[in-house]
Design a protein around this ligand. Sequence first.
Ligand code: TRP
Length: 462
Amino acid sequence: MTDRISIHGQWSSRLMFILATTGSAVGLGNIWKFPYIAGENGGGAFVLIYLVCIVLIGIPIMVCEILIGRRGRQSPVYSLRSLAREDGGSGIWGFIGFSGIFAGLLIISFYSVVAGWSLAYVMRTANGYFVDVTASGSRAIFSELISDPERLLAWHTIFMVMTTVVVARGVRSGLEQTVRILMPLLFLLLLLLVWYAYDTGEFKQGYNFLFAFDFSSLTPGGVVIAMGHAFFTLSLGIGAVMMYGSYLPSEIPIARTALAIAVIDTLVALLAGLAIFPIVFASNLTPGEGPGLLFQTLPIAFGQMPGGTFYGVLFFILLVLAAWTSSISMIEPAVAWLVENRQITRLRSASLVGLFAWLLGIVTIMSFSSWSFQFTFGGKLKNSGMFDVLDILTSSIMLPIGGLAFAIFAGWVMSRESVRDELKGSDLGFSVWYLVVRYVTPIAVIIIFLEGLDFMERLGLF
Ligand code: TRP
């Protein structure tokens, strides 16, 4: 069973897999989403819960996804179905693959719109909009952008086309240079921004906001969001990493690889927080600014620092590239499934999926202007309507359910022998991981869920 190969091809090396999966993990989730949700949920305690979830839930599930993918060698729908049958389980497991495909489409529909903001910001920075900009000026520029549906549609369209083109050609081509050279550059640029924030911002206040664990500001809703973000930021819960795992050569050790990816991903998120919050406090913005946080704060820094226009343009270009290497993994399961199931070409399949996601994106675009509505969420008033609903539905509900299913699948449905055979590695390491995946991870996900159920009720989702 282990000598199956994928009809979609294989990574040329371990490095290629690490690059692709890190590229998928590091994206808007780290740089745009993490700071703003940490800001909305009171900082420190939220960050701590998020880190705990990465270790107890994220990393173990990432290992599950890679090993299921590599053993199944097909899209999640068929990998889950055939592995379940092989070990005496039910083919119904394939349906989890479908819900993942659906979640991926929902996610890309709003992700692409935010990537579109980043594209728009490349131009705005280049045109000198932000030179010596004030906090209120920066806020005005952002709200002007998101309330202009036609402009948003144009940028969203460009980004969806970029994503579809790469997926149509196969995720292996074109990815390598971006991730190998440009992502380290993004990392350096974040370091530069942190240094700038240290030099001129309210660094201590920003640092304390992120790392002083004040549990009084944490709500059950915040805990669910922190867990959901652990899934989101590592690209877990829809079968994206499973898909990438299905292209992984069989001799490569899985656990160490997953660990490395999670560490890099977490570092990037924390750096982004350290760059942003000192500027938030120095310019009298509030941490709970919402989805515009990144776009309202960093331009202030670029507007003041020497060479700011250059660094700003570079930063937003790299942000777009980071989003690009992430978005392709969101639709890869859908595209691979269509190719397997309908026997159509990748080009066709990617075009269909891309078109569907593009249409869906219009919901998000409208939700910032004419379709916006208000609702309370976790005790806070939110006013961007469908955008927030889509985000919560996917990150806080669909991804944890998908991830829970993958953990149960590897821990209880597949036989211990199959799992052991796929993972290799040391006996001790295996035993610890197996115990965590069978008991700790599922129980943690379920407890956090139940705790947050009450607040989801208030949201009207249950
Ligand atoms: N991890 C990416 C980020 O942080 C987003 C992402 C890519 C994702 N692929 C995914 C999220 C699959 C959930 C599922 O930006």
